[in-house]
Design a protein around this ligand. Structure first.
Ligand code: GLA
Length: 321
């Protein structure tokens, strides 16, 4: 049987989010099935930039070396976010913070650029609530309303042209939020094209969103002339507000999960001219952030490989075309 990446080679690259543990324990699955990897957490600014201005590269080095040794490309994730940011730099002036960000971008490129083909420059800066545009964040407080454009300009000036720059967000298919994302990207790209692509995180569940909403969103983003990456896909068994704990999904749920995964990938294939990469937010159900969010220590089964690393029904559905 073909691997996932072989099956999809004429459509888009397939990727997985990894960490220094999964590249060891699930390295064989990653090597066989995925073209690209993303550091789940360890390349985030706040994770590696210490109070004294020194870096701790131990964890991202492990992932990067794995990528390099196995000829995998990486999505860089991420430079500017309201979370996992080194809060201590914000005591300084806006100009100093801009300089630190610029040096951070140069440092990351210098160390990891050989494998990284794109960066999520800005993550999740849009407000979820209907009344409100930009989310409150220390970056907004420090740089002002046009901070999205400022940070893209810094990234563009300091990275080679062939490194693609992405805006990445969740609930990207919810019409009100989607339209704000469109407004944001248009405002950043009003003079020069600074944003090359939009990252659709695609943290979805069995009940929401509808595929029609996802399709509408893909069409709208594509109409702006943007490349599209699905950056963090997982398919949870639970509605977001549902606190239920399940011992194991029954056969019906397993089937529903598999069928819906198949439908998502069929939709992505339909838009292969715009979509360059579909990344899953994890490798196997052995470890997923959804076991800790939004309910702590509740097992979830959102990926294509089970807890033992075996192919799930969802895997076969995704491969069935
Ligand atoms: C967001 C971020 C990711 C990650 C997930 C949770 O989607 O973009 O980096 O933190 O939340 O794992």
């Amino acid at each position: 049987m073909l691997s996932l990446k072989e099956k999809y080679k004429d459509y888009f690259q397939v990727g997985a989010a990894v960490n220094s543990d999964t590249v060891v324990k699930e390295g064989h699955i990653i090597k066989e099935h995925f073209d690209t990897i993303t550091c789940e957490n360890t390349m985030k600014f706040g994770e590696i930039y210490k109070e004294n201005g020194a870096y701790d590269f131990a964890d991202p080095d492990i992932v990067y070396n794995f990528a390099k040794d196995n000829n995998l490309k990486m999505r860089g994730h991420n430079f500017v976010w309201h979370n996992q940011t080194p809060r201590h730099i914000f005591d300084k002036s806006a100009d100093e913070v801009r300089d630190i960000l610029k040096n951070h971008i140069l440092t990351m490129h210098d160390r990891y650029g050989e494998c990284i083909t794109c960066w999520d420059v800005l993550n999740e800066c849009i407000e979820d609530k209907t009344d409100g545009y930009l989310r409150k964040s220390i970056w907004l407080d420090k740089f002002g309303e046009d901070y999205p454009k400022q940070v893209f300009a810094i990234a563009r000036e300091n990275l080679p042209k062939d490194v693609q720059l992405f805006y990445n967000d969740y609930n990207e298919y919810v019409p009100e939020k989607r339209d704000k994302i469109v407004r944001l990207i248009k405002s950043i790209n009003d003079e020069d094209k600074l944003v090359d692509g939009v990252g659709l995180q695609c943290h979805v569940n069995l009940y929401y969103p509808t595929l029609d909403l996802v399709k509408e969103a893909i069409e709208l983003y594509a109409s702006l002339g943007l490349r599209i990456h699905v950056t963090e896909m997982d398919l949870s068994h639970f509605r977001f507000e549902d606190q239920t704990v399940l011992e194991k999904p029954d056969e019906k749920l397993v089937e529903k999960h598999a069928k819906l995964y198949g439908e998502y990938f069929a939709l992505f294939r339909e838009y292969k001219d715009y979509i360059d990469n579909v990344t899953l937010w994890g490798v196997s159900d052995r470890y997923t952030w959804l076991d800790y969010f939004p309910v702590r220590n509740r097992k979830n089964w959102p990926l294509l490989f089970d807890e033992e690393g075996n192919k799930k029904q969802a895997f076969y559905e995704v491969m069935d075309f």
